[in-house]
Design a protein around this ligand. Sequence first.
Ligand code: ATP
Length: 387
Amino acid sequence: MAELTLDGVTKWFDDDGDRIVAVDDANVDIEDGEFLVLVGPSGCGKSTTLRMIAGLETVSRGDIRLGGRSITDEPPTTRDIAMVFQSYALYPHMTVRENMSFGLEESTDMPDDEIAAQVEQTAEMMGIADLLDRKPRELSGGQQQRVALGRAIVRDPEVFLMDEPLSNLDAKLRSQMRTELQRLQEDLGVTTVYVTHDQTEAMTMGDRIAILNDGELQQVGTPLECYHEPRNVFVAGFIGEPSMNFFDVDLEDGALVADDFEYALSDETLADVEGRDRLVLGIRPEDIELTGEGDERHDFRTLVDVVEPMGDENNVYLTFAGAERVDASGEEVETFVATVSGMRNVASGQEVVARIPEEAIHVFDRDTGEALHNRELERTEVAQANF
Ligand code: ATP
């Protein structure tokens, strides 16, 4: 077990004389036993980061340390790191047992009977003991996934690297494996870096998440920090489903002014945005309340455009009442979304009052994207049962 440090890690590729920077000055300390999820959109540099840690890609600048020791120039085989890929990468001509033993036979001088025992024990733990003599083609996707994980676990490495390991599974199995993997990682206590583009996986699995965009780390924090206290507009929009609503606004006489509405700010919020006037107002869908009465200062008359029933919730797409339905160029005006209980009856065409509570708003600098003001946080405890 060991802590893993990325210190100014940068990777560029040469493309016919042009330099493509895939990862730019990444700094993160991953604690011993921590589960860090690296998340971001396609092409943001996640796989390249992971491949540098594994030693499958050289580092252009910076240093990678494992337990304080620089591994930047070490070959993959001596790094004591096991990687699990999306494609599973099992050897098709080998049985499950052979697939799982292979790494230990190649990279250690462990006696055969010890390897066999370790494979059996890991297979037991992964629930694949009865599949040991099958070939990969005789297994379902979920079983192949377990074998790929088992093959990494049996090596007892200092670090696990996982590159979208669940993305070939169907939704139900994926959510089951998510929980299983988390539990397994916790039990084994092995430092893990897990790459995904799926923000649900990031939110639910990681001790912390590192959000990457365009090769740059945007924020490293616990899932709840990133959700409630995003450092910038990118993080705010990336984490959360449906995404946070954003409105371009200008600060005029103590209020945020957009084409369709004005939002008065309290002195406390004003103090946070002082000195900037080109802003973005952000509000999460679940924080917008739909009410009948519109007598509070942050209540707005809106028209329901579309209702998307999700079962437990309704996603209600709204436009400000009185707003033009199409803009000057003939494009439909964008809607914003409120999430309300699935038990509430809301219909397209209905007029409702949308309340945007000030304690839940975020305000960003429109030019830099930086968060100037984040929502207030007040978490309450669930009472301990007292039987
Ligand atoms: P995805 O989720 O689609 O797998 P990713 O976040 O893992 O994407 P990377 O594969 O790390 O992204 O790629 C980051 C950037 O580096 C991309 O712009 C990609 O085109 C570029 N890149 C990756 N490998 C190479 C290479 N061998 N040569 C040139 N450019 C590369």
